[in-house]
Ligand binder design. Structure first.
Ligand SMILES: CC(C)(COP(=O)(O)OP(=O)(O)OC[C@H]1O[C@@H](n2cnc3c(N)ncnc32)[C@H](O)[C@@H]1OP(=O)(O)O)[C@@H](O)C(=O)NCCC(=O)NCCS
Length: 204
């Protein structure tokens, strides 16, 4: 394809926009087009790729979310006679209501700070993904993920930890994601070497 064709296609893709409702997206964060964000929050310096769906989620700062990720969403009443929303009280896309039973059909999903979620992952509603965790592409996350764990697969299982326990402990204590941008600029040159950065800051 010519570079003109490429740029034109990219522009068309971006022109779709994103559907955001009842959500707070920090001004330094970015939601790519085709994504639907409902009742969810994105903290600073995070990005959400194309064609994602986040419903009732709290996403931390410095998160990298690839395209096609789905997190949160409704739970239907499996314990009722029917799972259909035509028997439930809340507003939805069905046209008929036979009854209006009150039902708490969403629960919040928490994604910590500095989490990387690979392409096309599914994150079950109610799950907590710890700070610094990585979720491999195409994973189905059904359980909580500990901080700094790398998980992958369906269901997602631990591949390994990103760092040794003493480094993880120090990073969690440091909470670098809460530092001001200026302070982060000072520290950023040392980010390729976590142990050195932590030693320099007196945390190891
Ligand atoms: C999870 C990930 C980060 C691990 O990368 P890595 O450290 O290079 O891992 P390796 O390739 O050494 O794999 C380690 C093991 O995990 C398995 N594995 C890796 N990624 C996996 C995945 N997504 N699903 C299932 N298993 C996976 C490998 O098969 C391997 O298993 P083995 O030990 O039985 O052989 C990487 O595989 C991944 O999924 N990256 C996301 C890429 C992406 O979506 N990018 C989008 C742009 S932001």
């Amino acid at each position: 394809m010519s570079s003109f064709g490429y740029i034109f296609s990219r522009l068309l893709k971006k022109a779709r926009g994103s559907a955001i409702a009842g959500s707070v997206i920090h001004r330094t964060s970015k939601i790519e087009s085709g994504s639907t964000i409902v009742r969810s929050n994105f903290d600073r310096h995070s990005f959400c790729g194309y064609d994602c769906t986040f419903i009732d989620c709290d996403v931390g700062a410095f998160c990298s979310i690839a395209g096609g990720v789905v997190a949160g969403g409704a739970r239907h009443p499996m314990e009722y006679v029917s799972t259909s929303p035509v028997f439930l009280a809340h507003r939805d896309s069905v046209t008929t209501k036979f009854s209006r039973h009150p039902y708490r059909w969403t629960t919040r999903t928490t994604i910590g700070h500095d989490v990387w979620i690979g392409e096309r992952c599914l994150i079950k509603a109610g799950v907590t993904i710890g700070h610094g965790a990585v979720v491999g592409m195409g994973s189905v996350v059904t359980k909580d993920v500990p901080p700094y764990a790398i998980v992958a697969g369906n269901p997602a299982r631990l591949i390994r930890m990103r760092f040794q326990p003493h480094v993880i402990e120090a990073l969690l204590k440091m909470e670098w994601w809460n530092l001001h941008d200026e302070e982060l600029r000072r520290l950023a040159p040392h980010f390729p070497d976590p142990e050195r950065m932590l030693r320099q800051e007196g945390l190891l």
